[in-house]
Design a protein around this ligand. Sequence first.
Ligand code: HEC
Ligand code: HEC
Length: 439
Amino acid sequence: MERQIKSDLNFLYKADKLYFLVIKYRGARCCFVISLLITLLILSYPLKADNLLELSVEDLKHAEQFYIGNLRAAPKDLTNRVVNKPAAIQLGRVLFFDEKLSANSLVSCATCHIPEKNFQDNRKVAFGLDSGLRRTMPIEGAQWAPWLFWDGRKDSLWSQALGPLEDQKEHGATRSQLAVYVLKNYGFEYRSVFPAEIPDFSAWPERASPIVPGDASDNWMLLSAQTRHQINTVFANIGKMIAAYEGTLLPQVNRFDLYIESKLAGMRSNSELLSVDELDGFRLFVGKAKCDSCHQGPRFTDDFFHNTGIPNSEGRAPDLGRFMAMAKVVADPFNCKGKYSDALPKSCEELEYMQKDARQFIGAFKTPSLRAVSSRSPYMHAGQYASLKDVVAHYVTAPDSFAGSVANYNNPYGRVSEIQPVILNEKEQAQLVAFLKTL
Ligand code: HEC
Ligand code: HEC
């Protein structure tokens, strides 16, 4: 009896152990299956993210057009024979930073074009001797631009530089004052760039210019044609040296370039270079937002003028942009065809073939580059928008322009700006902003 009980107990003990084993095994299997699922899930996440980080062949083709490695050498500026001359670059650099080239000895080009700030100043409108009407433009890469200023009223970098020097809200100087100052203080360096004789400037008046009103204009009227020509020559040469220096200011490599570079080298995408949202932003930029219809190529600009319906600055007379500039560039004595240009008139193709019907350009401004754009708030020609979020919101709503181009009165929506609303939800708008910040 006792044995029977013992063997039963033994059996029960064994069965219990077996049952326990089964439970344990089942538990393990269950655990195994669950952990396998979790592992797969964890593994599949980066795989999924990785796929989103890859551009399709077509997107990559789109992306390549923006790659800095595809930026062709800047077109040779035939209007400026000293553009690559080291002595010109050197003196041009000094002049760019010299505050003595102003009415109060306090304003230089670098007052507004601050090197640490991508050669701009983060102000809504510039401030030199007084407050101006437009925002300071960045100048890295300006040597590629056929037209200078927001409205393109200048057709070369050297001729552009002459503008602020005599602008009474910027440097406030006069050309005779500048010519005398440079010949007196940098005579040796000047001669090494322009070896011809330095003219006798002892009798030149301190203030004389055909475009600065008041005594400066009066004094100019009294000068002989020869003296005027001599002063203009030195004045133009100052511009040419500054332009030579500006030619060394190149667009910077950005994160988007590094991403494209890695793709072109056949590397897999790396979320440290660009996030999924930033890439989605790029897809929108070249996709349904159609930003690349104007912001094209490695400099993100078509070098053309568009009315994009940016509101006029509050309380200011309407700024009609390119419309007002076309006659100015044609009449400018310092343009490509003028006598201070080093180009043969037949090589002035931009000026020659410029579209002549100004009415198409009412309220149109130059498409700005988007390189380093996130560091350059506020945005647009008079700093109308404080942030990139506001800029993208502008393209989403596409408000009517305050002044429309005649050509656009014919479009089916009857809108007077060139752009149509882009349909983007909040997330997409944020992605577009994220992409702009990679530039
Ligand atoms: C008071 C501030 C101020 C000063 C000083 C100043 N600029 Fe500017 N710069 C501006 C503003 C504002 C614009 C745009 C003006 C416009 O479109 O009417 C501009 C535009 C430019 C552009 C055109 C860039 C482009 O892409 O079209 C260049 C180049 C430039 N400046 C170079 C210079 C040089 C060289 C000097 C010195 C000789 C100078 N600036 C002095 C404010 C200034
Ligand atoms: C029809 C041509 C055109 C299209 C399309 C276009 N832009 Fe622009 N963009 C411009 C012009 C022109 C300006 C300057 C307008 C002004 O100041 O009046 C500008 C200005 C900007 C600026 C401000 C840059 C600065 O330095 O002030 C940003 C940012 C910008 N655009 C981004 C975009 C994005 C994003 C898209 C797509 C949603 C887009 N653009 C579509 C022509 C265009």
